[in-house]
Design a protein around this ligand. Structure first.
Ligand code: FES
Ligand SMILES: [Fe+2]
Length: 347
């Protein structure tokens, strides 16, 4: 089984594609002077800030005897293991072995370092693949780098494989059923057909009959080193100032049975309208949106892990089918590259 490239490609998708940036936590969780542990793609990592406040990320493993570095301390911008004080820099190099003068460990680089960046209140880490070992600059949605958009980041751990969260986003039709009791999602037709429109860097899955009324479409941005999705929820006038309520979603596999969803709730508003919107959001809308998100979480975490094996898909699932195919093809390419490298080194 493990020699079968098809099986390994499927396994790779389940664990998380490599050669990508993933959101791993909120920026505020990495406080000055304190290590912070995260888990993503089955790997334990430690994050901390150096003296300039710049994020550093290593595998959470002390090279001396394997203690968790995240249980250590930050000194002079380095991370020191609490067990015997071995100290590493952000490149994974041992800079000090305080218990042993001129220890041979000093100067060696036995720990894997990860590229790390942050944007809009979240920390992103790059997980290299064999064919893309070096992190490209973190590519971000245009809304993130524009001052016109204001955002609230909402982060939620879900006890399901991340693919369920992605499938859910590629399926706008569920809005009219699962969220039929919500503020805006109650509107619109209960029947429809779905269509796919390719874009430069992915595709849009959209309802054909219902336009501008509800959660009508999702844009899946796949051809980037930090895949995400974008969707709009049109608001009635009492939803406050600004255009549609936009959601940008990133999904991160923690392990095969857990993920974290990162949803930025955004609105294009400026000046005093922006302040009015932020106040309205905090006091009134945030709770409603958590309610909607909880409906998604509840539904997904209670689905069996192997639901995919017994599905009976119909026309509305074209977005789900498309995103799965894209991810599987990427996984197949990664596995093929790894196999070719192994064959070369064996020969
Ligand atoms: S295990 Fe970390 S210093 Fe010994
Ligand atoms: Fe939903």
């Amino acid at each position: 089984m493990r020699d079968n490239p098809e099986f390994r490609a499927e396994e790779r998708v389940n664990q998380g594609l490599l050669g990508q940036w993933y959101a791993v936590c909120k920026s505020v969780q990495v406080r000055d002077g304190e290590p912070h542990a995260v888990k993503a793609l089955g790997r334990d990592l430690v994050l901390w800030r150096d003296e300039a406040g710049k994020l550093q990320c290593l595998e959470d493993y002390c090279p001396h005897r394997g203690a968790l570095l995240s249980r250590g301390e930050v000194h002079d911008g380095f991370i020191a293991c609490r067990y015997h004080g071995v100290t590493l820099d952000g490149s994974g190099k041992v800079v000090r072995v305080p218990a042993m003068p001129e220890c041979a460990l000093e100067g060696r680089r036995p720990v894997t370092a990860y590229a790390v960046d942050e944007s809009r209140d979240a920390v992103f880490v790059y997980f290299p693949s064999l064919d893309k070992p070096d992190a490209p600059p973190l590519p971000l949605p245009a809304e993130f780098t524009s001052d016109e958009w204001t955002s609230f980041l909402c982060v939620s751990p879900w006890a399901c494989n991340y693919r369920y969260a992605i499938d859910n986003l590629a399926d706008p039709m569920h809005g009219s059923y699962l969220h039929s009791d919500s503020f805006t999602l109650a509107y619109g037709a209960k029947q429809d057909l779905m269509r796919i429109d390719p874009t430069q860097d992915g595709f849009i899955v959209t309802r054909t009959a219902q336009v501008g009324e509800n959660f009508d479409w999702t844009e899946m941005v796949t051809e980037t080193a930090a895949p995400y999705c974008r969707l709009d929820i049109p608001y009635p006038p009492k939803g406050g100032p600004g255009g549609p309520f936009r959601i940008i979603g990133f999904t991160t596999p923690v392990d095969e049975h857990n993920c974290i969803v990162f949803f930025w709730r955004m609105r294009k508003v400026s000046g005093t309208a922006r302040e009015a919107w932020r106040f309205l959001y905090r006091t009134y809308l945030d709770e409603r949106h958590w309610h909607v998100l909880e409906q998604d979480r509840e539904m997904l975490v209670n689905m069996p892990d192997d639901a995919r094996k017994r599905e009976m898909l119909y026309q509305h699932d074209i977005g789900v089918t498309r995103i799965r195919r894209i991810m599987l093809n990427k996984a197949k390419a990664q596995v093929a590259t790894e196999d070719a490298a192994q064959t070369r080194s064996a020969g």
